[in-house]
Design a protein around this ligand. Sequence first.
Ligand SMILES: NC(=O)c1ccc[n+]([C@@H]2O[C@H](COP(=O)([O-])OP(=O)(O)OC[C@H]3O[C@@H](n4cnc5c(N)ncnc54)[C@H](OP(=O)(O)O)[C@@H]3O)[C@@H](O)[C@H]2O)c1
Length: 325
Amino acid sequence: MRAIHISSPGRDYCLVLAKEPRPVPGRGQVLIGVAAAGLNNADLLQARGKYPPPPGASPILGLEVSGTIAALGDEVAGFAVGDAVCALLPGGGYADYALADAGSVLPVPAGVDLVAAAGLPEAAFTAWTNIVDTGRLAPSETLLVHGGTSGIGSLAIQIFAGLGHHVFTTVGSDEKCGAARKLGAARAINYRTEDFVAAVKDETGGKGVDVILDMVGGDYVQRNIDAAAPGGRIVNIAYQQGFKVEVNFAPVLAKRLTLAATTLRSRPNPEKQAIRDALLETVWPLMGPKIQPVVAQEFALDQAQQAHEFMAKTGHIGKILLRMA
Ligand SMILES: NC(=O)c1ccc[n+]([C@@H]2O[C@H](COP(=O)([O-])OP(=O)(O)OC[C@H]3O[C@@H](n4cnc5c(N)ncnc54)[C@H](OP(=O)(O)O)[C@@H]3O)[C@@H](O)[C@H]2O)c1
């Protein structure tokens, strides 16, 4: 099969097309004939040599795919060869065939294109587990999603607006504000021209926001604390502007806030399966008419390098995909 290899990992890495043996599914795994793979920032970090795959994961890039099931390993129930699926992977998606743990596989929802579905798993798993499991977002509570037109943000806004929450978001341009509002954001804040702390205070009558999903870090650590409502929960999935900051924790104490941060990739399969089951029950029924993956751009597999360069510019709205055909 065709697969992408990283030649010379590091700052000036190069992605090249190579040949690999087709993987064979083990116990509890399915082999997916890949239609498309979703790009993630983690792929860029891995290619730069800064995010090694967890033990046992494929060294091939690619944390999510869509496609059809080509073969089943032993002890897999509920799936059949030929099923149209999308799946979260620990690696291996930039290839014609990829292995997935059956507990990380979801059906392609009715009304969602097979290729576009490659953009669902990483964003859906990440948004759900951080906002609901860790952030404990309760009915009628408000949510602030930073990076609202990112791959993660563009799906998170749709899911939680679709579930009836008032969702605020920050983005880096007026064009992105318009896109975020179309996705269901009650208020989109251009962080280059507006202070998000003042904006969410204004929107909530001075109370602040109940749950914040942050991928920015840096000075957002303090500003999130300032923007949070009493009892608020702030969950970081990345610290793009830096891990080290000086913070005044007095409001954390006074407002009884919770600060948390999580990663998804290294979690054990049963934890991922529990998230998959929650998505199937609560989010998948909204897919199609109410929620669609936002596809910024599709590239052919042999254009993986260009796809990475496009992602690194951060101007995109939604997910970037690699098509196998
Ligand atoms: N912890 C986990 O388990 C986990 C899982 C998946 C992803 N992640 C992380 O989550 C982040 C998003 O992933 P992705 O795949 O969705 O990436 P992506 O599509 O490349 O999005 C990155 C976003 O960050 C935004 N951004 C940068 N600085 C910002 C700022 N100051 N304020 C608001 N937004 C800002 C950019 O938006 P603007 O251009 O509008 O600034 C861009 O939309 C990445 O850092 C990724 O590594 C973590």
